[in-house]
Design a protein around this ligand. Structure first.
Ligand SMILES: [Zn+2]
Length: 387
């Protein structure tokens, strides 16, 4: 978002209010491109190897310690556990907070349960657990306007006990200001099937006063999946997972669930071989794009980037498609220009080698485009308008 504002400042004499619209964001996409399929598979393998993670078992305690260690290794300092009991067995929620730079007391909650029942839970909910860990890795050093809480609940399989406990013992007494709860449960897909669709779940249950906001957030999440993943989306209703206690408390919720429903959950065959790790990879990309949208990721602007940006002038802008790009001081490295449409599709690429470069986009439809100029590690985005 910051890049668009800066751009407006740089070379627009009129204003176009696209900065609040949900369009492809090259900065977000650059972060999403770092989602690692091998990290996801490694983490799934580790979680499955712990065994059946029911409250009271050594397996869930080992998984808990491993998850906590992962956050600490990433450099998160606000890592808390919250103990409660399930049928007399003590177990823990894991709550990790990343502080936002503009709204530190308003939270995007990204949650999923890490307990399993009767099986190792590769899909239910190893998939959601590793997705959250990968988000936490890639968001660690991203400046977000809103705070984020990554929460790994226990006691879900016995009836949402951990999330209910968190709502009653943290959300309500602390009057926590929650922007949105994004719950991830069972996004592993089914081996051998075409797992090309993610279900985006919205609140269709009473209380009803929070349902419109849930529908809006869920649509925005589906849009983000269109922009940052290869998956198609289907909107459905939320039920039977850890967002329910929040929803009952009046919070705005949304959720992700697989479209091809696994027949193996809650049993010994909920193993990696019966799911689709590449599907988890795609779901992670869409969820990360959604998280950056909801928490409002802000692009850092270094000194070198600033001078790089000032070196590049695009005129006339708007134009009928014939633009000139002027490079005020030619660096030794070439500048690569990629033009994206607002859906994130590449529509033009060119190498800029001259002090002035003619760019012909007149074959494109009128509208707003994003020109990404890249040289070495410098990257700057400028809005280009065809009218
Ligand atoms: Zn589950």
């Amino acid at each position: 978002m910051k890049s668009l504002l800066r751009l407006t400042f740089c070379f627009f004499l009129f204003s176009i209010s696209v900065s609040s619209a949900q369009v492809f964001n090259p900065y977000y996409n650059g972060i999403v491109e770092n989602v690692s399929a091998s990290n996801i598979l490694d983490d799934l393998t580790t979680l499955v190897d712990f065994g059946v993670k029911e409250p009271g078992t050594g397996a869930i305690e080992n998984a808990k310690d491993w998850i906590i260690n992962r956050y600490q290794t990433l450099g998160y300092t606000a890592v808390e556990t919250q103990d409660f009991t399930v049928y007399g067995q003590t177990t823990s929620n894991i709550i990790v907070t990343k502080t936002g730079s503009v709204y530190p007391n308003t939270f995007l909650i990204i949650d999923g349960h890490y307990d399993t029942v009767n099986g190792p839970g590769a899909n239910d909910n190893g998939s959601g657990t590793v997705l959250i860990l990968e988000l936490a890795r890639l968001l660690k050093d991203v400046d977000t306007e809103y705070s984020i809480k990554f929460i790994h609940f226990s006691g879900e399989e016995e009836g949402l006990i951990g999330s209910e406990f968190y709502v009653n013992n943290t959300v309500i007494p602390e009057n926590l200001d929650i922007k949105l709860v994004l719950n991830i449960d069972q996004v592993g897909g089914v081996a051998g099937m075409n797992n090309n669709t993610i279900v985006c779940e919205r609140d269709e249950s009473p209380p009803n006063y929070n349902n419109a906001a849930s529908a809006q957030a869920t649509q925005e999440m589906a849009n983000a999946f269109g922009l940052y993943s290869s998956l198609q989306t289907e909107i459905s209703y939320a039920y039977g997972s850890d967002y329910v206690p929040f929803e009952n408390n009046g919070e705005v919720i949304t959720g992700l669930y697989e479209n091809n429903e696994s027949p193996y959950t809650h049993g010994p065959n909920d193993i990696i071989e019966n799911m689709d790790p590449n599907y988890v990879f795609e779901v992670t990309k869409g969820t990360l794009g959604s998280a950056l949208h909801f928490a409002v990721g802000r692009e850092p602007l270094g000194v070198s980037e600033n001078s790089f940006a000032e070196n590049i002038t695009v005129y006339p802008n708007p134009s009928n498609g014939k633009f000139t790009v002027k490079l005020n001081t030619l660096s030794e490295e070439n500048i690569e220009l990629t033009v994206f449409n607002i859906l994130g599709k590449t529509v033009y690429t060119s190498s800029l080698n001259n002090a002035t470069n003619a760019i012909d986009l007149s074959s494109l439809e009128t509208g707003i485009y994003l020109g990404v100029f890249k040289s070495g590690k410098n990257l700057v985005t400028k809005k280009i308008v065809l009218n």
